[in-house]
Design a protein around this ligand. Sequence first.
Ligand SMILES: C[S@@+](CC[C@H](N)C(=O)[O-])C[C@H]1O[C@@H](n2cnc3c(N)ncnc32)[C@H](O)[C@@H]1O
Length: 322
Amino acid sequence: MRCIFLLSGENFDLAREEVLALAGTEDYWMFENVLILDADFRFERLAMARKVYQYLFECDYKDLKRKMEGFDWRKVYERNFSMRIINLSHVKLHEKEAEFAKYVWEKVKEPRVDLEHARTKIEIIVTEEKVFVGKVLKEIHHEFHKRRPSVRPEQHPTTIDPKLARACVNLTGIPVGKVLVDPFCGSGGILIEAGLMRFNTAGYDISDKMLLKCERNLDFYKIKRFRLEKRDATHLSGLVDYVVTDLPYGKGSKVTDSLDNLYSDFLKTLWKILRYKAVLIFPSTVDHKKMLNKTDFVVEHEFNVYVHKSLSRNIVLLSRPE
Ligand SMILES: C[S@@+](CC[C@H](N)C(=O)[O-])C[C@H]1O[C@@H](n2cnc3c(N)ncnc32)[C@H](O)[C@@H]1O
């Protein structure tokens, strides 16, 4: 089905790629934070989209009334309806929602309005360039603030927030039934989100203390399908499906004093064990491009995410060459 995704505002590139990874397509068009593509997956997985619509039509604002009048609302109408305008443009709109609702009212049999809980929620999304009209399929509410790191029983100073962790899991495009591995799992920020999405996970860390913390955090969220092991991420063997990991920031690496060596050893190991895709989160203090250039991985995408004045993160999606 052709869908409209209303993306949340922190990082449009990351938000777009999260949707594309799950939809398994590169075919899309985008206007500001409005993304349009053919998609069919469980939309509630998404971290960085606020709403998903069935695409009905698009037009210039001046043609909107004519298009609303011409559209066959019987095709999408169920039980009752509401009409809402989402104005993302800087232009003040003079028309009221009721003026557009009348086109639906006039076309369907036994029309009923329900502004609170309509079965047919029609929304008119106005961007600077175009207007998109959609029927709401999914409103995505994750309540990430209730899962913020500070409410976990165990803390880690560099853990990533749950929204970003979930977006990184989704960036791999991991389908149901595959296993996600975090080889530097720390207190489990990534494993929590992957676990809540019901993936089987494995977490490794070189520190017993961190593994205990991780276990306590996963138990806190009643996550069951995980395996934690004390392992050195630079010496892993066997194959893993998908990897998502937040690399060490310098402290706590017991393998070597040099972070560069740790990273390059890990990349060599990853090359041997990775079956599909990996998302690596590098602190901006590290020259990740230089390191990745020495590998044969394909960098499919990279995103810079602001943390605070002196730190940002570079998130890199890697795969093997075809
Ligand atoms: C940046 S933290 C991970 C943070 C994690 N995402 C969280 O939510 O807490 C990196 C972790 O890597 C672990 N570590 C460092 N060197 C390691 C190695 N060679 N093998 C496995 N784990 C290692 C550290 O103990 C630390 O817990």
